[in-house]
Ligand binder design. Sequence first.
Ligand code: OSB
Ligand code: MG
Length: 386
Amino acid sequence: MSATGIERIAVRVILLTLRAPFTTSFGTYETLTRPFVVVETRDGLRGVGEVPTLLDPAYKAEVDTPAVLTSLREFILPSVARNQREHGPIEDIAALRASYGWIKGAVFAKCGVEAALWDVLAQRAGQPLWQLWGGERRTFPVGVSIGGKTFDQVLALADHAVGLGYQRLKVKIWPGFDVEVARALRERFPDVLLQVDANSAYSDETWTRLRELDDLELLLIEQPLFDDDIVSHSEISRELRTPICLDESIHSLRDAQAAATLWQRNDALDRLIINIKPPRVSGFAEAIAIARFCHERGIRTWIGGMLDSAWGKAMNLNFNGLCEIDLPGDHFSPGGAYFVEDVAETPLTTTNGTYELGGGISAGVNIDWPRFERMGEIALCETLSR
Ligand code: OSB
Ligand code: MG
């Protein structure tokens, strides 16, 4: 590969407006301001990485836009620049990760830069991301995540999704809005893959209510307890037949290994599922390592979303090309598009709830550059000297 390296890294913060409010146990979102990292190389390529931030750190630490911008501005971008100055052009993912490897945390911010470089590398190779990541051109089922505030809203969204052919529904729950909702969905859709996500809304005391979910043939119960507590999840897992899925608690391969050790002690690896969100584990390289590890150990995985734009979702869908991924991932947006206006030229469509990977270069969709530039301003820009 020609030694050219990175010329410039810009971060554009764009405003995304949801078509419908999305409610979880930690709040309701209607708009999102989101950093997109744009990496430009000296040989004239331009790659984009979405950082799927939320408005605040209610889901977990460092996922809000101000925190991500601070990490990028103060530490990550200067570190990449310094590293390239001192050690020569950054040409691959290993070198990029090494340049900011000393920084603890900041997983979302790191993933934005990494994703942008993956886009560059895919363009340079003339390959789809699924191929670059060692996957296959798969066709696979995907599901929708339902964030309704009321019983009626949830049922309406579920009816719409099942009507479009989706075979997997994930519904947000919280204390007082849980067993009845799940039971109603199960009765209405006896054959659909059904899962619930509590986003850490239960305590050591209140979780016992979730025992009642055990009769509903749910695929999984996602992150019922504290966001940073793997141990407590492994303990309640001994008392539930339904598998526990970890989302918030997993930031790295090491976290996945820790979870495996705990569930293994209970001889229950078939009741541990991991929601791999590439931004939550600092990027696609770490996500590949987690997918392989889990596959070897018999821990099922799937690719979760973060209300991503069509660009971020397209990257995640490419990641589903990895044969190690077992369960349907999130395909936002019954109907085509989550947002009133999106950054990609075309929406990501499904047929009967399945998504078919194409042969298109990189993510397989294009950024609509004029629209992208109209939707937000450049917030940071680091020009790298030679
Ligand atoms: O816990 O999976 C989650 C959205 C924002 C924050 C956290 C979560 C979610 C989702 C969205 O469930 C799923 C999607 O993007 O399709
Ligand atoms: Mg979740």
